[in-house]
Design a protein around this ligand. Structure first.
Ligand code: FAD
Length: 411
């Protein structure tokens, strides 16, 4: 059925890109882009990087200026929450009480901060870092803070820690597991980053659980660990991961299991509803077809392009190579492919020089490549992995082996 009226719920990387790609393809129907944040769609990565650091302002965060939406006939509805999907009527209900009818509905509802079940998470000075509003609040607190505790040593906690240290603040990171970014990167990469942060003056408590965030007169002043240790803090960043926003879909009877479940074309069980980006669990060809939910700009944008292709009559299975980046102080980490579950890793380059790549294999098959301050390796890695071809562990380890030639020849 042709989709003349498209409704997109969630106006961030994924939602914006569907609308933009559809117009690029000449889609002529009506597009409504509904987002519950009160601003034009903006990029999230700089929130924990240049925007937090005060190096760029809001105008450089925005995906496009306001005129773009007018010129491309994208009806952008800011600050409005979609409260229900009425599948039988092919319409969504808005918090305003109004309804929007759709021929096709795209759920791009993303994810929200996970809030740990510990007392004190609402105290003044306890911050989060997902939205523009949260980042603005964090910046205000950072300006007056001296001692900072970061709960969670994932990408966002570490990016923030690097900036806070560069601004001369004391930073202590509390992490439940035994290493940084443990969910996503290999052991050598993890250890290298922890050492770099330590060298910059960041302190760590590994294997440590925050049990209580304590305060005085409503303001945070310490974090208490399960060990009984008390860490003084006038700012606490809680960065312990996210929860996918699947409730809207679940309430409409769609399957949700760590994300809204979709097929290889990113369709839910309802052929009039797609789900994309951080909120979607899809069968990932780069993870042996396992249901996978990724939190990356590449994934959000490529999902969006895949759905736009389908809507304009060019359906195909989603197959894009996952890739990701993070910036922590002077270190730029770039990951191509998914390295989770690898059983062998090979180093290329020199760890001591701070520029190297880690090639991750399972049963001899190259799964993914982590590059630290080696952007050329990352570019070759994407080409290589995107073409589904291999380099052997011994080729990878040999810095004289021409990775570029291998990537070009085999793509
Ligand atoms: P989201 O960005 O989560 O957007 C979903 C939107 O939908 C939100 O605005 C939400 O409020 C809205 N919404 C939800 N429910 C409703 C509803 N019912 N009605 C209306 N609106 C609704 N990725 C990288 O690849 N590299 C990086 O360096 C990187 N850095 C990051 C730094 C930070 C601080 C953060 C927070 C994320 C970073 N990411 C990075 C991850 C990346 O930003 C996300 O993967 C991406 O934003 C996902 O886009 P999305 O559109 O799927 O979801």
């Amino acid at each position: 059925m042709p989709a003349d009226r498209l409704v997109i719920v969630g106006a961030s990387h994924a939602g914006f890109q569907v609308a933009a790609s559809l117009r690029q393809h000449g889609f002529d129907g009506a597009i409504a882009l509904v987002g519950d944040e009160p601003v034009l769609p903006y990029q999230r990565p700089p929130l924990s990087k240049d925007y937090l650091d005060g190096k760029i302002g809001l105008e450089l965060l925005l995906m496009r200026p306001e005129a773009f939406y007018r010129e491309h006939r994208i009806e952008f509805l800011p600050g409005i929450r979609v409260t229900a999907i009425e599948r039988g009527e092919h319409r969504v209900r808005l918090a305003t009480g109004e309804h929007l009818a759709y021929d096709h509905l795209v759920l791009a509802t993303g994810a929200r901060n996970r809030v740990p079940p510990v007392p004190g998470v609402k105290l003044d000075g306890v911050c989060y870092l997902r939205t523009l509003a949260e980042t603005d609040a964090l910046r205000r607190h950072l300006a007056g803070a001296e001692r900072i505790v970061v709960i969670g040593a994932g990408f966002i906690g570490l990016e923030f820690a690097a900036i806070a240290r560069a601004h001369g603040r004391q930073v202590h990171i509390v992490e439940l597991t035994d290493r940084v970014m443990g969910r996503v990167v290999s052991v050598p990469t993890s250890h290298f980053f922890a050492a770099a942060h330590r060298a910059a003056g960041v302190e760590f408590s590994f294997g440590a659980a925050a049990m209580r965030i304590g305060g005085h007169a409503g303001r945070v002043d310490h974090v208490e660990l399960a060990s009984g240790a008390r860490l003084a803090a006038d700012l606490v960043l809680v960065s312990v991961g996210v929860v996918p926003n699947g409730e809207l879909a679940a309430a409409a009877g769609l399957e949700v299991a760590n994300g809204i479940v979709v097929d290889e074309q990113l369709l839910t069980a309802d052929p009039a509803i797609s789900a994309i980006g951080d909120c979607a669990s899809f069968p990932c060809g780069h993870a042996e077809g396992r249901p996978t939910r990724l939190e990356a700009v590449q994934n959000a944008a490529d999902h969006a392009r895949c759905v736009a292709d389908r809507i304009v009559g060019k359906p195909h299975a989603y197959s894009a190579l996952p890739w990701f980046w993070s910036e922590q102080g002077a270190l730029r980490l770039q990951i191509a492919g998914l390295t989770t579950g690898h059983d062998q890793h090979v180093l290329r380059g020199d760890l001591a020089s701070g520029a190297f790549s880690v090639f991750c294999y399972r049963k001899g098959e190259l799964l993914g490549i982590e590059s630290i301050n080696r952007p050329a390796d990352h570019a070759h890695a994407r080409r290589l992995l995107g073409s589904g071809r291999q380099v052997t562990p011994s080729e990878a380890a040999d810095d004289g082996f021409d990775l570029r030639a291998a990537a070009m020849a085999r793509s």
